[in-house]
Ligand binder design. Structure first.
Ligand code: PRP
Ligand code: URA
Length: 208
């Protein structure tokens, strides 16, 4: 497998348990997705490049560090990836945000693209957001779109992955780093992750 990190921090694991619970309603579900995304973003940005700067404190001069290079770009995959945006922007408020709209055809499970609006991502580090990595089709497709625009690097940040999707994503894009909070058991016959959390988009937006 490629560069896969399972973020098993206790706070993330605790929140993930609440997220999986079928009795968790949309309001709490949305808050949890956002909080988990924020905690995962802390891990996913651990290797951001820094540069030295000199600033004046009220009493002296300090040689200190700031993040260097162009600003980060986050790209949520609609719809469910939208639930992660607030959390990551809380940590990186100046990041750019692009959107890729994909839905899975319920019969073929193949991703169907209906929207793509990306900022200038040339030479930027891009983090793709989607809580669910099931067959991997949506993430693979979104990352292929992003690669055409020449980003500096791409990371994928999901919450729950199925082994099938993780394997497919690693094979299709071996050059990206992948962050997930859980690697579940398998997919069911309808392409849903087991035990998973159900349909992430429906639970975030209260649809069915
Ligand atoms: C869900 C989820 C992912 C995709 C994962 O979206 O948010 O984008 O399925 O499945 P895959 O790995 O097999 O491609 P869905 O197609 O349900 O669209 P929605 O978020 O608009 O409801
Ligand atoms: N999409 C979801 O929202 N949930 C799954 O389990 C699989 C794909």
């Amino acid at each position: 497998m490629g560069n896969v990190t399972i973020t098993n921090h206790p706070l993330i694991q605790h929140k993930l348990t609440l997220l999986r619970d079928k009795n968790t309603g949309s309001k709490e579900f949305r808050a949890l997705v956002s909080e988990i995304a924020m905690l995962m973003c802390y891990e996913a940005t651990r290797d951001l490049p820094l540069k030295e700067v000199e600033i004046e404190t009220p009493v002296s001069v300090a040689k200190t560090r700031v993040i260097s290079g162009k600003k980060l770009a986050f790209v949520p995959i609609l719809r469910a990836g939208l639930g992660m945006v607030d959390g990551v922007l809380a940590l990186v408020p100046s990041a750019r945000v692009g959107h890729i709209g994909l839905y899975r055809d319920p019969d073929t499970l193949q991703p169907v693209e209906y929207y793509c609006k990306l900022p200038d991502i040339e030479e930027r580090e891009v983090i793709v957001l989607d809580p669910m990595l099931a067959t991997g089709g949506s993430a693979i497709d979104a990352i292929s779109q992003i690669k055409k625009r020449g980003p500096k690097s791409i990371k994928f940040m999901g919450i729950i992955a199925a082994p099938e999707g993780l394997d497919a994503l690693c094979k299709a894009h071996p050059d990206i780093d992948i962050f997930c909070a859980a690697l579940d058991e398998k997919l069911n016959d309808h392409g849903y992750i087991l035990p998973g959390l159900g349909d992430a988009g429906d639970r975030i937006f209260g649809t069915k």
